[in-house]
Ligand binder design. Structure first.
Ligand code: SAH
Length: 362
């Protein structure tokens, strides 16, 4: 048994059950044994492969969309380019390769990476050294310098703690993690009955056993991004897996060595995520004062942004095997049964602007 599991059991025995949000927070961010503190999750050797690790085409197309946003912002003389949760720095390296086609953009931009893990900062620094812009590291979004902002976040929001509520015969309760009779971690329902406004209004009447999730941390960050963009101008691209309409369902999941895992079995060793509620995220950004462009499915977004053309250029003159690999990568990123439909792309803007491939405002 891991040290973190031991510590959790001792804590639960002493203090009683904890919320799903607290469990996620401890598993991912414990300073000694949290997943992002200790593991090397990304890439082909890690627990999961994120889109930028699948292919350079993903980051390059995000870069092209950032340039379109920069133009729609009126090409400001100074812009803060920033990423939250940059992983290995791969996405930003690819964004910068595309951005290098626009010397006026490079001239205007300062690069900021918002990353809490010292270990990941080191990897990001190595990935980006030799590139056209060198990063300044920030510990929180609030530390970004003033001025127009171009922000990207890929698979960042899914790692933020969610709460789960379960409908019991006697009303809604917080879903918690406690100890079973045999001393194992187990899910249960809190003893306090929740006020009805704890649960999204449309779901209050859900049947017994239904699970509903809320994402207060993600929403608070989206609202802050919205306020910042409204005050200083700019745009944010948020890419993650999730759903477009608020609905009931348990989306908490653990991934351990490329396979789905029981959420309670490997605390700190398995990646723990939940699907992002894009309806709530969009509403929070708008509450913060920003505008939003209708979220697109990742597949439609990438194809509209030029995925097939980019694949053609990348494959030109390459070996058969290399061309096949590029075709596989296109499938992986954009096919509806792979990442194409589950992942969504949301653009938030400070002014009422729009840019391709988005075609309508919320
Ligand atoms: N965007 C990357 C990695 C996604 S994993 C990719 O697409 O490959 C989530 C990232 O968010 C990691 O870099 C993790 O260290 C970071 N992270 C998690 N919680 C964070 C927080 N509160 N503030 C900043 N970064 C955080």
């Amino acid at each position: 048994m891991t040290d973190l599991k031991d510590r959790l059991k001792t804590r639960l025995a002493a203090e009683g059950p904890i919320s799903v949000a607290e469990y996620m927070r401890v598993c991912l961010s414990d300073p000694e044994a949290g997943y992002y503190t200790t593991q090397n999750p990304f890439g082909r050797d890690g627990d999961f492969i994120t889109a930028p690790e699948v292919s350079q085409m993903f980051g390059e197309l995000i870069g092209a969309v950032c340039l379109a946003a920069f133009d729609a912002m009126g090409s400001p003389a100074d812009v803060q380019l920033a990423e939250i949760g940059p992983g290995r720095g791969t996405l930003m390296a690819d964004v910068l390769r595309m951005a290098s086609l626009r010397p006026d953009f490079l001239e205007a931009a300062c690069l900021n990476l918002v990353e809490t893990s010292p270990r990941l900062r080191k990897i990001q620094q190595e990935t980006l050294c030799g590139g056209p812009l060198q990063p300044t590291f920030r510990s929180a979004f609030q530390e970004l310098p003033d001025g127009p902002l171009l922000l990207v976040a890929n698979e960042f929001f899914d790692a933020l703690p969610i709460h789960q509520f379960i409908k019991t015969a006697d009303g809604w309760r917080e879903r918690q993690i406690g100890l079973s009779d045999t001393g194992d971690l187990m899910f249960g329902a809190g003893t306090a009955r929740l006020p009805d406004d704890a649960v999204p209004h449309d779901l209050i009447a859900a049947p017994e056993g239904a699970i509903v999730e809320t994402q207060p941390t993600a929403n608070a960050i989206a609202e802050e991004i919205g306020t910042r963009l409204a005050d200083h101008g700019g745009a944010a691209l948020i890419i993650d897996y999730g759903y477009l309409k608020t609905t009931a369902g348990d989306t908490l999941q653990a991934v351990y060595r490329h396979a789905f895992d029981d959420v309670l079995v490997h605390p700190g060793e398995a990646d723990l995520t939940a699907h992002v509620n894009f309806e709530a995220l969009t509403a929070s950004a708008i509450k913060g004062g920003a505008f939003a462009l209708s979220p697109m499915k990742q597949g439609n977004f990438l194809v509209s942004a030029g995925l097939l053309e980019r694949a053609g250029t990348l494959g030109a003159g390459k070996s058969q095997a290399e061309q096949e690999r590029i075709r596989d990568d296109v499938e992986r990123l954009a096919a509806p049964d792979q990442m194409g439909d589950l992942f969504k792309v949301l653009a938030i803007t400070g002014q009422e602007i729009s840019f391709p491939p988005f075609d309508s405002a919320v």
